[in-house]
Design a protein around this ligand. Structure first.
Ligand code: SIN
Length: 287
């Protein structure tokens, strides 16, 4: 039974965002009532950890597609049997961990991801949790003067920018995590996104501070001019009061709303393997 949510499915895991869901089986058809409760819980909690699932890639993909059309991820090849499902792999000797920065998925896309679904296949015995930040709370806690100052700004995100990866391309950087054989060169894909810094959620109408590590600068400003404010805002969204921490269990599937959250994959399991399946769902141009 959920706690103080009005939603029988969802049990909050933190004050800021995030909920656990138990007692449903995603490999079976969901009733309309359960599906409606899931959709409501998703908008209310932004991050849902659905526990105790046994999903092959086809079933995982079928559930994912209930949230919309699949968003093409330009930097990786999918699984041979289900090309729309990607494997996020950290081998024991990985030199970097995918997602180990505060980010919202594919901000560099003109139409960034709406929902990401991540399903645990192999987990380290301890570690490998994921942090999430509620960007609506982060916005609400800015002073009125700051909100006014930020209201006209746009963020400039370039997926091909090498400065953040020590001069390496994104593909070279991902390969250091042990995913070389999964990479794809995104020659034909747009990898520049210019979006409002204060973003309005298309379904709830709530405003958020849409920021993350993929932002290079503010549109119309140099990286140097942008840096002090970007650094301040990045620090702001990391405040523990805006966050939750998902501890993965075997069979956990987590889905999150990229239109109002950031996430951070914790790199604290060197010497162990972590393998996840991921599907991303297409979103609209932010407004
Ligand atoms: C991601 O940022 O998409 C991956 C998060 C994770 O692996 O926990």
């Amino acid at each position: 039974m959920g706690r103080e949510t009005g939603n029988a499915l969802a049990t909050p895991i933190a004050g800021a965002l995030g909920a656990d869901i138990r007692g449903i089986d995603l490999s079976e058809p969901l009733s309309d009532d359960v599906w409606a409760a899931l959709e409501t819980a998703f908008l209310d909690h932004k991050v849902l950890a659905i526990r105790d699932q046994t999903l092959d890639p086809a079933t995982f993909l079928a559930f994912s597609k209930r949230w919309g059309d699949v968003h093409f991820y330009p930097y990786m090849d999918g699984l041979p049997e289900e090309p729309e499902v990607f494997e996020i792999l950290a081998k024991p000797d990985a030199q970097r961990i995918f997602g180990n920065r505060w980010h919202s998925d594919q901000m560099y896309d003109p139409n960034p991801v709406k929902v990401t679904l991540l399903y645990a296949k192999d987990l380290p015995t301890v570690g490998g949790d994921t942090l999430f930040s509620n960007l609506e709370l982060a916005y609400e806690h800015l002073s009125d003067g700051m909100k006014t100052m930020l209201s006209g700004l746009k963020i400039y995100c370039d997926g091909a920018d090498k400065s953040r990866y020590g001069g390496m391309s994104r593909e070279q950087w991902y390969a250091k995590g042990g995913m070389a054989e999964k990479l794809n060169a995104p020659e034909q894909e747009p990898v520049i996104g210019i979006h409002p810094l204060i973003r309005t959620h298309p379904e709830t109408g709530r405003k958020c501070l849409y920021i993350g590590d993929q932002v290079q600068r503010f549109d119309g400003m140099s990286a140097e001019d942008s840096k002090p404010l970007l650094d301040y805002l990045m620090k702001h969204i990391e405040r523990p009061e805006f966050t939750c921490r998902v501890q993965w269990e075997p069979g956990t599937l987590v889905l999150w709303d990229n239109r109002c959250t950031c996430q951070y994959a914790i790199a604290d399991y060197a010497g162990h393997t972590r393998r996840m399946h991921r599907v991303t769902i297409a979103g609209d141009a932010p407004v």
